[in-house]
Design a protein around this ligand. Structure first.
Ligand SMILES: [Zn+2]
Length: 505
């Protein structure tokens, strides 16, 4: 899947333009600390970005909860033994290569991807060396040649508890979600499936992260775990509700023959053995539901199956949900894995405790886990990447963000800064309790509209002289540019419907 230099350059240009815009418009600051020496891979959510991130997180939360999941929160720091048990201390590392001239170190697979467009993250060390030699990959800092030797760099961020207890910042939420398993068994009264999720920070000591929010050293994950029996995977009740829904599936076979993915109903995917079981298919659908609810357009999504030699050794099946970005092409957003009962067995072994449930027939089993693993930062970035692209012309930049995640919902604008119009506007502001309202009385009305378009405000309410006479205002929609006049007394009710469906004819 090599790409030509031209399209790589176009993407690079878009990345830089977007990063600059996001900083200027208070979405993302950094790398931080900007005030001192910036460190790669650390970013702040700015005054608008944080509001949008909260909205996105709440959308994710809402979909999980609606589908029967319970949220938990585990400490970020845990002692060494947990990461021994999970396998992270021994196996969680990246291939690193260093420059023979300036001695800078880089992640070998990402460097290859950046300079040649070849996806190299499943390459063995020898393949990495060979590709670097063959494609003449050079040092991004000094253009020098690399030492042809791969070293392994651990991604775990070490810290200390108390005086000398070795501990680590968690590299993922998933492991920490498993640990209170015995508590869940009690809460769910031993009745599988147990459905739990966690949203929170995780840390990875990346060697040279250079993909903005997509690859950070500290980031926010959202991961769900469904504990269930093997038998339940084929007889999964909830499957009935979603079986007619079509998903874009790209199997290992299709990838090898360079065939495009197919749109196929979940039901047919099971029938044709594209997907192994109904519970897994349902989790695949749920990840799709989450991202489309957050406003990612369906035609930018596909599911890519991991190749047999690419997935983790304990995994039964893994697919990635990918999104097509303007800045980076197809990017992995979510991984959906059938992790079997590997993790629970590991933690049972290391903690010397039994982690199992008793089925109705009296049999004791260690449940399997189907996991949906993603983050908040990547979908956040994706939404802005796609919204920024939709601007209409150079004079008017419009951030076409989905209405449910915009940081500011309403612009409130008195036509003039006199004639009692500001006072009337402020009266209306008190009625709009459910929204973040941005009041603006400076500059011409046209200028104010474009300022609000540029940060994605979907609706602007304008208070003019007619308002004083008949208690009506105009509402302008960002995307259609249409304006309609409505009664102040109906404002809240109408806004509710506009936020759901936009202006309807
Ligand atoms: Zn160098």
């Amino acid at each position: 899947m090599a790409e030509n230099k031209e399209s790589l350059n176009e993407k690079k240009e878009f990345q830089l333009e977007l990063a600059k815009y996001l900083a200027e418009k208070d979405f993302i600051y950094g790398p931080e600390p900007e005030l001192y020496s910036p460190m790669a891979g650390f970013y702040s959510y700015g005054l608008l970005g944080k509001a949008m991130k909260n909205n996105l997180e709440n959308t994710i939360r809402k979909v999980f909860i609606k589908n029967g999941f319970f949220e938990m929160e585990f400490p970020l720091i845990s002692p060494e033994i947990i990461w021994k048990a999970s396998g992270h201390l021994d196996g969680f590392n990246d291939p690193v290569i260093s420059c023979s001239k300036c001695n800078s170190s880089f992640r070998a697979d990402k460097l290859i991807e950046e300079q040649t467009g070849i996806a190299a993250d499943s390459f063995k060390d020898e393949q990495l060396i060979e590709t670097i030699k063959e494609k003449e990959v050079t040092c991004p800092s000094c253009k020098g040649r690399f030492n042809l030797e791969i070293k392994r760099h651990s991604l775990m961020m070490k810290t200390t508890i108390g005086r000398d207890i070795v501990a680590y910042n968690r590299p993922e939420t998933a492991t920490t979600t498993y640990l209170p398993f015995k508590r869940y068994a009690q809460f769910f009264r031993q009745k599988l499936p147990f459905t739990v999720f966690q949203i929170g920070k995780a840390f990875r000591n990346e060697i040279s992260p250079r993909q903005h929010l997509l690859r950070q050293r500290e980031f926010t994950q959202a991961e769900s775990q469904m504990f269930l029996s093997k038998e339940m995977k084929q007889n999964f009740e909830l499957f009935e509700d979603i079986k007619k829904i079509k998903l874009p599936l790209w199997t290992e076979e299709m990838q090898k023959t360079e065939k495009k993915w197919i749109e196929i109903t979940v039901e047919d995917a099971i029938k044709n053995k594209v997907l192994k079981n109904k519970a897994y298919a349902w989790n695949l659908w749920l990840s799709y539901e989450i991202l489309t609810s957050a406003g990612i357009p369906k035609d930018k999504i596909r599911f890519r199956q991991h190749w047999s030699d690419e997935k983790a050794f304990y995994s039964d099946d893994t697919w990635d949900l990918e999104i097509l970005l303007n800045s980076f092409g197809w990017v992995e957003m979510v991984g959906i894995s059938d992790r079997t009962n590997y993790d629970l067995n590991q933690h049972a072994k290391f903690s010397k405790q039994e982690l199992n449930v008793r089925l109705e027939n009296g049999e004791k089993i260690v449940p399997d886990v189907i996991e949906i693993a993603f983050g908040v930062d990547r979908p956040f970035y994706a939404l802005l990447d796609l919204a920024f692209f939709r601007r209409e012309d150079a004079q008017r930049t419009v951030l076409s963000l989905p209405y449910n995640i915009v940081p500011i919902q309403i612009g409130l604008l008195p036509l003039l800064k006199k004639d009692n119009l500001p006072e009337k506007a402020k009266e209306i502001m008190k009625e709009l309790d459910d929204y973040r309202v941005y009041y603006d009385e400076t500059a011409s009305i046209g200028k104010r509209y474009s300022r609000l378009d540029a940060i994605g405000v979907p609706f602007c309410i304008t208070v003019d002289h007619q308002t004083l006479e008949d208690n009506t205002v105009t509402i302008r929609e960002r995307d259609s540019l249409k304006q309609i006049r409505i009664k102040i007394s109906e404002l809240n009710e109408k806004l509710k419907s506009f936020f759901k469906d936009g202006f309807k004819e």
